[in-house]
Design a protein around this ligand. Sequence first.
Ligand SMILES: Cc1cc2nc3c(=O)[nH]c(=O)nc-3n(C[C@H](O)[C@H](O)[C@H](O)COP(=O)(O)OP(=O)(O)OC[C@H]3O[C@@H](n4cnc5c(N)ncnc54)[C@H](O)[C@@H]3O)c2cc1C
Length: 283
Amino acid sequence: MLHGTHCEALIAREHTLSLVLSFLPPLPFSPSLTLASLACRGSCSEEIMDKFNLRDGTQEQTYGLGVKEVWEVPEEHHKAGFVQHTLGWPLQNDPLAQTFGGSFLYHMKPNLILIGFVVGLDYENPYINPYREFQRWKHHPDVKKHLEGGTCISYGARVLNEGGFHSIPKLTFPGGALLGCSAGFLNSVKIKGSHTAIKSGMVAAESVYPLLTENDDFIACETGEISEAEGSVEATAYQTGMEESWVWEELREVSAPAANESLKTSCSRGAPVRTKGAGIRLL
Ligand SMILES: Cc1cc2nc3c(=O)[nH]c(=O)nc-3n(C[C@H](O)[C@H](O)[C@H](O)COP(=O)(O)OP(=O)(O)OC[C@H]3O[C@@H](n4cnc5c(N)ncnc54)[C@H](O)[C@@H]3O)c2cc1C
């Protein structure tokens, strides 16, 4: 568990008997290295980035808000594997509109439909309500027909990093590293970040393991405070490992436009060609 830049890892153990018998108090320990995978805009990872100036020289991170629902639908409406992505309506009235957003609709076995709507959080119209836009979107005939006769069984919302490649901070700091969406590894064109988060976990494990096992001088963190004094070892192999991985290549390919740039801005950067390329690869 991270509290600011203080790391106090708590392991809650679960037993299967009953709620009362299953509870064991968390076991505190001070980790030698802290791998921070606290999602997009995690308050502690933001604090770490500030403390170690990890954003120096990078582009500012930008954000979108994703609202998502899972629907259970009658089997006759279900086509497992069906994928539909949209841009534009109901957020944009014309291709050069400032507000940016889009949707996804996936059919997943056995009879589930996952739908979601992402709105770039730099919208200028103060009256925009991302959840209401999502509701409006569901009334489009090409969406509504998928949901007819179905029931919403779960829902949620979460922010997404949309800055992409140019907003990736320095990944390591004395005593730890940033992983997954804490580092901004979301492919915003695909709205996919699970694969890059998993890969960053693999690369981090490969980079940290030798440090923990082969280095006799390794200074374990005594107090849990993430600081140069406590964690003098930096897993720099993680930075190079990520730069040499397919994650870097994939994010570089979709680096412009940032997904919440208006079409006007992205056109001026020649982005449609790249976005189209990313779309073709997605197919
Ligand atoms: C609407 C929407 C749709 C998406 N669709 C897809 C998709 O179809 N495919 C895909 O690949 N990706 C998708 N993504 C992106 C994907 O969810 C993320 O890229 C992925 O979950 C990143 O993994 P992560 O481990 O970095 O963060 P997360 O999965 O968000 O996990 C971070 C965890 O850290 C915990 N945490 C935060 N702070 C602390 C703290 N101080 N101490 C302890 N724990 C803490 C959080 O509670 C959370 O459980 C979608 C995202 C959204 C918002």
